[in-house]
Design a protein around this ligand. Sequence first.
Ligand code: SF4
Ligand code: SF4
Length: 160
Amino acid sequence: MKPLTDTLCLQCGLCCNGVLFGDVRPEAGDRSPLFAGRSRVNQPCPAFTAATCACAIYAERPARCRKFECKQLLAVGAGEISAEAALKKIRATKKLAAKVERLLGELGFNDTTLPLHRRFKRCQRAAETGGLAAEQFDTLADLQLAVHELTLLLAKDFYS
Ligand code: SF4
Ligand code: SF4
């Protein structure tokens, strides 16, 4: 039988692509090549391939990556929910994250090297300091609602 990480994580990537976390930090003694002298690496992680949801340094990934198990992974592992139910949740969450990305893009916040929450913060700051045009306010409202929904979903179903 395939390991759960193959079944779920290779369809997900939310803990690597800047949706769940803003960066990856080493623990004491962590020799992962991801850091190579750096004290932290921003997400989306440079070792992550979005098309395949795969980690390029999986065998040598940081300790934090090894240890993190989201609520979906834990719940399927404990037999509380089926893998199909978890995949359904993952797909819905990725769809909502994609909506947030699209709305950020429409408002001109296209820097995909930043984690999603940082892009949203920049957008909020721009809105507060007069950096958005009045005709963008409807899109901003849609974005704020989508971010709120995503934040609740991540808290309820992913952060462990
Ligand atoms: S969020 Fe959970 S299911 Fe998704 S890649 Fe991370 S550990 Fe795997
Ligand atoms: S090192 Fe691998 S497992 Fe860790 S965040 Fe990057 S892509 Fe994900």
